[in-house]
Design a protein around this ligand. Structure first.
Ligand code: NAD
Ligand code: 4TP
Length: 354
């Protein structure tokens, strides 16, 4: 069905739903700044999914030349060059909350925007969703106990094999685990979890980045890859067996490699993608080389979702100083992924370059 829809969509400019994120954070500001760039509107149409009064307030704060307009039918989104179409799914207007502070009502609202975007994407009313940052503490206060968008989206779309990939500069990194306390990490790093991450990295590199046979670098957990068991044995007991399984499935995955040099090698072109074992292992190199322009994408969903590389930045929210660079890149990538998916639907195959 999705394939038929893609075929019918043809070359119509993609309609991207941009969720506003946590209203108390910098999400509304970066959305307002990004939409003010003429370049971002070239080749795609944009619909903000969020609170209408909050969007109006963000545009006012920035003294933006743009004006928010309320959309009443998502099937008929049209906007002039100075307009920001907003689809507000909240039953009551959200207007009294404190900027820069986690609260149940803003946390719950940020989940409503995501839920609505998924509904619209599954109904074929938007072609992809791009998410501005949520605050996980606020989301929990609002009653939604998810570690992040990734797991919420997996649940909403009933998807079983989903993972977080973040792209920045020369790096494309797939995460085996996402938001996990370090003390709980060893028990989460199972053979199954690592094979899944390698498989999802391979899938994304082939289908979204058109690499025929991706070379995947797999990170070790311990210093010097454990040095034959001297500094930990997860490399031998878990990571190497996962690599062996992935290879049986035809995937070009490396042995577990010392993480202190792997990311540099990947950045210089030795690997098309890297499988990191935990959040900061992959995010430190990514954000060191490309914070502000990285893009997070969820792999394994039936819908397209990209996101920013930053959080709600409560420390600067409401001051008008937040940079929109990562959101601009996330929008660009979402539009590109829509085109790749449409092309694949037209030819009935995935286009690959190597
Ligand atoms: N995509 C997402 O939804 C997403 C991503 C990362 C973090 N988060 C959440 O955001 C909250 C805060 O997380 P954090 O403090 O670790 O990270 P953060 O990215 O919000 O802030 C880290 C630092 O970077 C600065 N910064 C962030 N984005 C910026 C921008 N666009 N322009 C200028 N400066 C910017 C902040 O001012 C702060 O000093 C947490 O709840 C976290 O879970 C959400
Ligand atoms: N780990 C991500 C980052 O630091 O950029 C982020 O928290 C987003 O995760 P979700 O897309 O699952 O919300």
């Amino acid at each position: 069905m999705a394939r038929d829809r893609d075929r019918i969509a043809g070359d119509r400019p993609p309609l991207l739903g941009i969720t506003m994120g946590d209203p108390a954070g910098i999400g509304p500001e970066v959305v307002a700044k990004a939409l003010a760039k003429a370049s971002v509107r070239r080749g795609c149409r944009l619909l903000v999914i969020g609170s209408f009064p909050v969007m109006e307030r963000a545009l006012k704060l920035l003294r933006s030349p743009l004006k928010a307009v309320k959309v009443t039918d998502v099937g008929l989104v049209s906007a002039g060059p100075k307009q920001v179409p907003v689809w507000d799914p909240l039953p009551q207007p959200l207007d009294s909350f404190e900027i820069g502070k986690a609260a149940p009502e803003t946390g719950a609202a940020s989940v409503s925007f995501i839920t609505e975007a998924v509904r619209l994407a599954e109904a074929g009313l938007i072609d992809a969703m791009v998410t501005a940052p949520i605050n996980k503490e606020a989301m929990h206060m609002g009653g939604y106990r998810y570690p992040g968008h990734t797991e919420l989206l997996a649940d909403l779309t009933k998807s079983t094999e989903v993972g977080m990939m973040i792209l920045g500069g020369p790096l494309k990194i797939m995460f085996t685990t996402t938001h996990v306390a370090l003390r709980e990490l060893p028990e989460k790093l199972t053979v199954t979890a690592i094979v899944k991450a390698i498989r999802l990295a391979d899938l994304a590199l082939r289908e979204s980045f058109c690499i025929r046979k991706p070379r995947i670098g797999v990170a070790a957990l311990n210093p010097h890859a454990g040095e034959h068991g001297l500094f930990g044995d997860e490399e031998q007991t878990t990571i190497q067996p996962a690599v062996a399984q992935a290879r049986l499935a035809g995937i070009d995955a490396s042995d577990p490699l010392p993480a202190d040099t792997l990311f540099g090698k990947a950045a210089r072109g030795a690997y098309d993608g890297v499988v990191a074992l935990y959040h900061d292992q992959g995010l430190i190199p990514l954000k060191l080389v490309a914070f502000g322009t990285c893009v997070n994408m969820t792999v394994g969903l039936p819908i397209i979702r990209t996101s920013v590389d930053h959080g709600t930045a409560y420390d600067i929210a409401g001051r008008g100083v937040a940079e929109p660079g990562s959101l601009l890149e996330a929008i660009k990538l979402a539009a590109q992924l829509v085109r790749i998916r449409r092309q694949a639907a037209r030819t009935g195959s995935r286009r690959t370059s190597r």
